[in-house]
Design a protein around this ligand. Structure first.
Ligand SMILES: NC(=O)C1=CN([C@@H]2O[C@H](COP(=O)(O)OP(=O)(O)OC[C@H]3O[C@@H](n4cnc5c(N)ncnc54)[C@H](O)[C@@H]3O)[C@@H](O)[C@H]2O)C=CC1
Ligand SMILES: O=C(O)/C=C/C=C(\O)C(=O)O
Length: 492
């Protein structure tokens, strides 16, 4: 049994009251570790450590911060094998996926913001030779980073890297469901020599640790990724204390397929956008709109390809669909499949749990395709966050645009067409923060990342993240007094 610890003030330690939570391996259903169930006193200690470290950390040069983040990035790369294995065991995702995507991205998050801070420049505005304004961007102080279980180290580093690069100190809370790689990161951070208190990692439940942290009076900003319900809770706590917040929340993303698309590329990518990471990515295209004339062909081909996806042991290289992250989440997904049937949906593929040989007690669900549901039923409106997609035929561009926008979420959309004018038209009109045309989850870390409507507030990525984690201050300097200025310049 492994014992995960908090990382506070540069030291690994248990929660003060000693309480712990069980951590499960979702592929076996067994408890394999414990994590601190931190309470108010642990948060107090972490916030004090972050406050204490702030004056000297915020005074470091960008080169110094760059060097620390690069060191951490290289250490993540050096420990790729161990981190990927830990992520796979903790989360249930296929090991090859953790090796190819999660851990490399965690390293590049650190590297990206290490270099972005070196390029980050503030604006200057000149007023007709009368004055110059320049904008200072200062770090905020201790900030909170709260991350979810679906892409554990990937999203944890996506938040802490810009916060640290901008000169803030951080109290971070990973998901209690998948805390292992954040714990391993704290060991890497200790080895990197990052000064004590600059990064603090406090484990525990959302309703205790997360809530206390986001409501703490000394926390100046909160960067959160997770459910829309929790995002709303954080906003309610943060607003009266005038904290900044950036919320990346749920999605119900349309994947729109026109008959004129590059069919093979679309089919292959649609498999990924539907079922990658067991469908547990906020960007997955869970509603697949298909133009009528290719609907039957697509349905046939998509079912065939989906049935070929091997569900099973995440450590097996042939596995395409690993385990669902927790029993609670497994139950939630299964209840949505039941709901879809009650709402009149026909299950075309999957629809059931799986007990792979050797992993009979794990939480596995066959990738599921459902058709025959109205666009506005609950199954098609609510985020399922699992390997479940619905198929909806459409006739015209206008019809599919209305259906895509008729939703409370607005995170991402994918459009498949070779008609560039149509791609531009729809990209402009679809209510989503991220549009992919003829691709999916192709990421340039410089671009603004986030959603509209119930999917988010604010944007992450590139300079957006560095702006979020800094406070702008305008300085206006008159060149000289105006009559003197006119005399000098116009000889009056
Ligand atoms: N990016 C996304 O779109 C994600 C969406 N989800 C959705 O959320 C559902 C629930 O998944 P969870 O991991 O339980 O997400 P969640 O939103 O409950 O948890 C995300 C993080 O917030 C913390 N947290 C929970 N309650 C909090 C509170 N009141 N104040 C501050 N922090 C709090 C959690 O401990 C975790 O670290 C999923 O079924 C899925 O639909 C989950 C993960 C990511
Ligand atoms: O930044 C990315 O590439 C992906 C982010 C994904 C999420 O925020 C999510 O699935 O929750």
């Amino acid at each position: 049994m492994e014992t995960i610890q908090n990382y506070i003030g540069g030291v690994l330690k248990n929660a003060r009251a000693g309480a712990v939570l069980d951590v499960f391996n979702p592929a076996t259903g067994e408890v394999y570790a414990t994590v601190p169930d931190s309470k108010k006193e642990d948060i107090e200690e972490a916030v004090s450590a972050a406050k204490k470290a702030y004056p000297s950390w915020s005074a470091t040069t960008v080169e110094e911060r760059h060097d620390y983040l690069m060191k951490i990035s290289r250490a993540i790369e050096d420990e790729l094998e161990e981190l990927a294995l830990a992520e796979s065991i903790d989360n249930g995702k296929p090991l090859w996926l953790a090796k190819m995507v999660d851990i490399p991205r965690a390293a590049s998050n650190m590297r990206f913001f290490a270099t972005a801070i070196m390029q980050f420049a503030s604006e200057a505005h000149e007023m007709n030779e009368q004055a110059i304004n320049y904008t200072l961007r200062r770090p905020l102080g201790p900030v909170a980073c709260i991350s979810p279980w679906n892409l554990p180290l990937y999203l944890f580093t996506w938040k802490i890297a810009p916060a640290l690069a901008a000169g803030n100190t951080v109290v971070a809370k990973p998901s209690e469901v998948t805390p292992m790689t954040a714990y391993l990161l704290s060991k890497i951070v200790i080895k990197s020599g990052l000064p004590a208190g600059v990064l603090n990692i406090v484990h525990g439940q959302g309703t205790d640790t997360g809530r206390v942290l986001s409501a703490h009076k000394d926390i100046k900003a909160i960067s959160f990724t997770g459910s829309t319900k929790v995002g709303a809770d954080i906003a309610m706590k943060a607003a009266p204390l005038f904290k900044k917040y950036s919320l990346e929340m749920g999605g119900k993303n349309p994947n729109i397929i026109f008959a004129d698309c590059d069919y093979d590329k679309m089919l292959q990518t649609t498999l990924r956008s539907s079922f990658s990471n067991q469908g547990q990515i906020c960007l997955c295209g869970s509603k697949i709109f298909v133009e009528n004339i290719i609907y039957e062909k697509f349905k046939r081909d998509f079912i065939k390809k989906t049935k070929e996806l091997k569900v099973g042991n995440p450590l097996d290289a042939a596995t395409k669909i690993g385990a669902i992250v927790s029993k609670d989440h497994f139950d939630k997904i299964m209840s949505y499949i039941d709901l879809a049937k009650e709402e009149g949906g026909e299950v075309l593929s999957g629809g059931n749990s799986v007990r792979p040989t050797g992993n009979e007690n794990g939480w596995f669900i066959d990738p599921t395709i459902i058709e025959g549901l109205a666009n506005n039923c609950r199954t098609n409106r609510e985020e399922i966050f699992g390997p479940v997609v619905t198929l909806i035929p459409f006739e015209t561009e206008g019809e599919v645009l209305n259906m895509a926008n008729n939703n409370e979420y607005g995170l991402a959309a994918t459009i498949w067409t070779e008609n560039l004018s149509r791609a531009h038209r729809l990209s402009n009109k679809i209510e989503a923060g991220i549009i992919w045309v003829n691709t999916w989850l192709l990421r340039d870390l410089r671009t603004p990342f986030g959603g509209m409507k119930n999917s988010g507030v604010g944007r992450e990525g590139g300079f957006e993240a560095l702006r979020f984690f800094t406070e702008p201050k305008n300085v206006c300097i008159a060149y000289e007094n105006k009559s003197q200025f006119l005399k000098n310049n116009y000889h009056v």
